[in-house]
Write a protein that binds this ligand. Structure first.
Ligand code: NAD
Ligand code: IPM
Ligand code: MN
Length: 329
């Protein structure tokens, strides 16, 4: 039995999350599902984007399924996503990107770096403090080495140590941890790394990097899979995990049924892997592949299907593969 908190959020979040939730309920109708209301619309309506009560509910969850949230560049508004990651100490942000001839796992530090939240405004400048701590770096480095051990035992460390002291600190710690773990490494400056991942994705396995670099690298890497509508992510802490698409609330297409729900549905696949149900995770992935092969695709992938149609097709592939297994007598 798991407590799953479901936070659809803003924009296309409430459009893609129902499809993902149906897939999760298909595997686990017996789990407890708790909906919560948070985000920018919630802020406009109530003056609070994330109430203390909602935060407590999130803290008590085993698993969180999260849509997306609009974060306006309004100095009075603070990102709910960043606050949740920090409050729940979800320190590892995993963003898998795979396809024909490549299988990459981006491991993004998720609680500090340029998103430390330590910012201030002076008369003629605004400052944001980029914090890279030993503890923060060591735990993400260890996490990435753990992932590498289960894969090709190789780690790429994305950095900008040539110009940033904080990155040279991060790099040294990652190298120490990789050496202890017996993982081979290569170091790459993040700017050239972004291009090389796009040109030669097959060269990469696990890539660890600091917060903002992982943010930018993962959006760019979405190109390899057809766009932002395809990539899921897992935000992992010590005792709980939050699953959300890499994409945002996409206000430009919200409310039109155009959003691709695959990134959100893939979040369920990651969630199932996280709870140790790899065969079910693979089933979800296969159902997605069959749906795409049938030509049931939203416009971002060149199709004409709606969000709901894609969700229904994935679910019906799952249901028919279950039937093919025969009855559970
Ligand atoms: P975005 O990811 O929302 O959209 C970028 C582009 O990709 C848009 O053209 C959009 O239509 C397209 N796109 C995104 N998801 C798609 C999907 N599922 N199907 C089809 N097309 C899709 O990024 P943005 O426009 O830079 O940001 C919009 C808002 O979302 C901002 O307020 C931003 O702060 C927020 N945001 C939130 C999260 C989050 O909640 N985790 C992540 C990123 C951005
Ligand atoms: C993401 C988003 C967030 C981030 C924003 C909305 C705070 O872009 O999840 O990639 O920068 O981490
Ligand atoms: Mn992002």
């Amino acid at each position: 039995m798991k407590r799953v908190v479901v936070a659809p959020g803003d924009g296309i979040g409430p459009e893609v999350i129902p499809s993902a939730l149906e897939v999760l309920r298909f595997f686990h109708p017996e789990w407890e599902y708790i909906p919560v209301y948070l985000g920018y619309e919630c802020w406009k309506r109530t003056g609070d984007a994330l109430s203390q009560r909602t935060l407590e509910t999130l803290k008590k969850a085993d698993l969180i399924l999260f849509g997306a949230i609009t974060t306006p560049p309004d100095p009075k508004y603070h990102s709910v996503v960043l606050r949740i990651r920090k409050e729940l100490d979800l320190y590892a942000n995993l963003r898998p990107v795979f396809g024909e001839g490549f299988d990459i796992l981006i491991v993004r530090e998720n609680t500090e770096g340029l998103y430390s939240g330590i910012e201030w405004q002076e008369k003629d400048r605004a400052c944001t403090l980029r914090v890279v701590s030993e503890a923060g770096s060591r735990r993400i480095a260890r996490f990435a080495c753990g992932c590498a051990k289960r894969r090709r035992r190789h780690l790429t460390i994305g950095n900008k140590a040539n110009v940033l002291k904080s990155d040279s600190y991060f790099l040294d710690i990652c190298m120490e941890e990789a050496e202890k773990a017996g993982i081979s490494i290569d170091k790459k400056y993040i700017d050239s790394l972004v291009l090389d991942v796009l040109q030669h994705p097959g060269r990469y396995d696990v890539i660890v990097t600091t917060n903002i670099f992982g943010d930018i690298l993962s959006d760019a890497a979405a190109f390899l899979e057809g766009g932002l509508g395809m990539l899921p992510s897992a935000n992992i802490g010590r005792h709980q995990a939050l699953f959300e698409p890499v994409h945002g609330s996409a206000p430009d297409i919200a409310g039109k049924g155009l959003a691709n729900p695959i990134a959100a549905i893939r979040c369920v696949s990651l969630l199932l892997k996280y709870v140790g149900e790899k065969p079910s995770a693979i089933e979800v992935e296969k159902a997605i592949q069959k749906t795409i092969a049938d030509g049931i695709k939203t416009p971002d992938l060149g199709g004409t299907a709606t969000t709901e149609e894609v969700g229904r097709a994935v679910l019906s592939h799952l249901a028919s593969s279950k039937k093919a297994e025969g009855p559970d007598l």
